[in-house]
Every structure is written in C-alpha cells, then in structure tokens.
Ligand binder design. Sequence first.
Ligand SMILES: NC(=O)c1ccc[n+]([C@@H]2O[C@H](COP(=O)([O-])OP(=O)(O)OC[C@H]3O[C@@H](n4cnc5c(N)ncnc54)[C@H](OP(=O)(O)O)[C@@H]3O)[C@@H](O)[C@H]2O)c1
Length: 234
Amino acid sequence: MYHLITGGSSGLGFEIAKMLIKMDEHVIILGRNQDKLDEALTALKEISKKADVLAYSLDIALEEDVDAFIEVLETSGKSVKNLYNCAGTTFYGPVTEIGREAIDNVLQSNMIGLMLFTSKMISHLLKKPAEPKRIISVLSTAALKGKANETIYNAAKWGARGYLESIRDELSKTSIEVINVFPGGMRTAFWADSKSGYDVDHFMDPVDVARNIVRVALDNKVYVTDITISRPKE
Ligand SMILES: NC(=O)c1ccc[n+]([C@@H]2O[C@H](COP(=O)([O-])OP(=O)(O)OC[C@H]3O[C@@H](n4cnc5c(N)ncnc54)[C@H](OP(=O)(O)O)[C@@H]3O)[C@@H](O)[C@H]2O)c1
C-alpha cells in the first residue's frame, strides 16, 4: 500500500515524502513539472532501499491527467492507503490587481484540482472498503481567517475546506477518515515569486510541519480531524 502525495516534488509535500520513506513506507509523489519530479525522485530513492518510491507527472485540475493516473495505478495493481493533498500555489497582491488568470491559477491548484483529484481517488480508495484509509489535506490558516492581499488564495482554501468537511460527513460510514491541516507560514518555494515582503526566514521549517502531519496521519489509535500548526510565540 502506498502513500500518495500531491505536490510531493517540493516544499511540505517533499518533506512528508522524506519522512515516510525514512520509515520504509512506499510513496508516490505527484507534481506538474517533470524536471522537479525527477530531481525529487532521485533524492527520495537514496533514503531507503526497502521503500518503493514512484513519481508521476500530472495536473490535479485536468480530468484527463487524473483519469490517466488512476488507470495507471489500478492496472499496475498498486493501491493507496493515505492521500496527502499538498499541491497548491498562491497569488499575493491587492484586490484591485486581480484578473482572471490569477483567479484561475489559484483556484485550479488549491480548490478545483483538490476537489477533482480527491473525488476521483475516493472511488479508488473505496475499492478496498475493509482497510482504513486517510485523506490528509493541507489547507492553511488562510482557511480560518480572511487576510488582506491573500484574497483569492483564502477563497480557494475556504472552498476546499467546505468540500473536505462535507466529504468527511459523507464518508463517515466508510473506512476513510478525513484530516484537515491548517499550517501557518513555511519557508518553501511557495513564496519565491511572491511580492508579499514577508520575512520568510522566520516562517516555520516545513520539516517540523511534516513531522506533525506524519505523526497524526500514522497514529491509528486516534482520529485527529483537524490540526492547526503555528510558529511558537516569540
Ligand atoms: N508555504 C507556506 O507558507 C504555506 C502555508 C500554509 C499552507 N501552505 C500550503 O501548503 C501546501 C504546500 O505548499 P509548499 O509551501 O510546499 O509549496 P511549494 O514548495 O511551492 O510546493 C507546491 C507543490 O504543489 C505542486 N502543484 C501545484 N499546483 C499543482 C497542480 N495543479 N497539479 C499538480 N501539482 C501541483 C507543485 O508542483 P509543480 O511546481 O510541478 O506544479 C509543488 O510540488 C500548499 O497547499 C500551500 O497552499 C503553504
């Protein structure tokens, strides 16, 4: 059984992959950029001889990509136990600068893609109804409170949260558990092209966030439904 990580080629998703592979767990990482995926795969394969590590390039918001991936998964006989939704992107700027392209980009990765990919994966997960499975989705503290200049991103994360809370209710009588994660700022490539001016050096290390997510994801003695992860008070 595999751990499947969207956005596994960089940042938080990559750190989650590293942590799981250190425990000899089998992992599949997903991302759009093939070069980034190849580089990540090479690094991940070095970690453990026992873990099977695979990478697959797709856009979670494109139905043909998602269908093709699930077809590959099922024809190869591989099955997934935990899905980690980490893929995401941001747009930082005043509401007066928002145009259709920015709205589309942010909604596609953070909300539409998450909804499409998760919905299709649920059919796959339900094929082995007796085995416990978890969908762990990385939202953000942006899904809890509105914030100036992060308007579209917040809207996308709020939308994703509405979807995830609803599937949690709909799947309550199945073996699938739905865990939502609300992290604060992390030092990742996410901020590379942003005009935020945030002091990213003081943001959380994604390694620390990944450790807490993996702990909650693998602890089958409890079902933690929601987890907020923030910087300690200074
Ligand atoms: N960094 C922060 O401060 C922060 C805070 C709270 C929450 N988050 C959330 O944490 C998650 C991970 O972000 P990160 O900081 O690790 O950013 P990151 O380093 O930029 O990683 C984002 C990952 O998502 C993938 N991705 C984006 N859109 C995709 C799509 N449509 N289809 C497939 N893959 C896609 C990227 O791959 P490609 O480049 O190949 O597309 C990359 O692997 C995101 O959901 C983000 O919203 C981040």
